[in-house]
Write a protein that binds this ligand. Sequence first.
Ligand code: ADP
Ligand code: MG
Length: 396
Amino acid sequence: MTDTAPAADPARAAATFRALYRAEPTGLWAAPGRVNLIGEHTDYNDGFVMPLALPHTTLAAAAPRTDGVLRLHSAGAPGGIVEIRPEDLRPGHPGADWTAYPAGVLWAMREAGLPVGGADLHYTSTVPLGAGLSSSAALEIATAVALDALHGLGLSRPDLARLAQRAENAYAGVPCGIMDQTAAACCTAGHALFLDTRDLTQRQVPFDAAAHGLRLLVVDTRVRHRLGDGAYARRRAGCEGAARALGVRALRDIPYAHLPEALADLASLTDGAALVPLVRHVVTENHRVEQAVAHLDAGRPHALGPLLTASHASLRDDFAVSCPELDLAAATAIAAGALGARMTGGGFGGSALVLVEEAAAATVTKAVDTAFATAGYTAPRIFPAVPGAGARRLDP
Ligand code: ADP
Ligand code: MG
């Protein structure tokens, strides 16, 4: 199934805001979902990532409040308006569910000592939820840019990303890195964002696939395997343990050229052998990101194909975070003529990314659809990813 998401409709969001809150919204802010081109499970190892923003966005229609109260409503969540009083604004606020993400942003701002009042907010989104395309960061960053503007905070995009990450870590209880929030806040159209997650330096790398006769396809497998959360925590702890055992601050500090010695050292330690595949993935993946950046800088986007495929093999075999649906999507796409394909996001479901020549896009899409049907899997959602803009204010 091919599905090109409609852009969220600002006029409709404004009308819904009016009906809900019986007042005009002060403004509308949008933040995109993202897909990570390459650099997976590197962000908590101080490594490199390279996300790009999707055309899919979460829209926030918003107005400020002077009483400090936060009122939240989402077209994508059951129930009506949720009201959170200032005295209840803390991790685990009464009835916290999806509201933890936006409430966490306001909480993180107040914790940072910022003079931020309350707000009425209505959200509508075209970012698929829980598909590894970062609807959670889109929700947080739409909230962050809205609150920043409504209360005249004047924060930078990287500052907003850090506050949103704090919201997700400390308020929603999800131990994510900084990639998703930075992508939603800082990406620009026509570029992938090369981000060093250690010092947060970033660079916009031009990526115009269409100009080279290429297309990027996202395959949302529509599955999310439950073992994902514990597995993420174990991988993360394993990487931190390996860095300690090797005497480096983070696995990012192991140069690619020293990988064989590092793996031999690790294998000689008690309990070290089990960590070898984790280290091999992180160090080779960081190297692949650097190679990908060099190819894009040199105007060779075709050359990303083998890097994507190698990234998938490393995530599947060494890091062990893939699943049958992601493996089928990647293998089928390549067999049908794609230049490269890999799982993207944390793994255990979610989405795969495929790089394909324009002329082969329809064949590859059909092959993946057919393979999923034959395997008895839910039909995937397949759509093109053109690097879009980061968070922005919209006209109603
Ligand atoms: P991903 O970020 O990959 O989409 P997550 O599990 O991190 O997956 O975040 C998904 C969760 O974020 C949803 O279950 C929901 O709680 C919340 N969420 C995201 N966008 C919205 C939205 N527009 N309305 C309500 N909740 C949302
Ligand atoms: Mg998320």
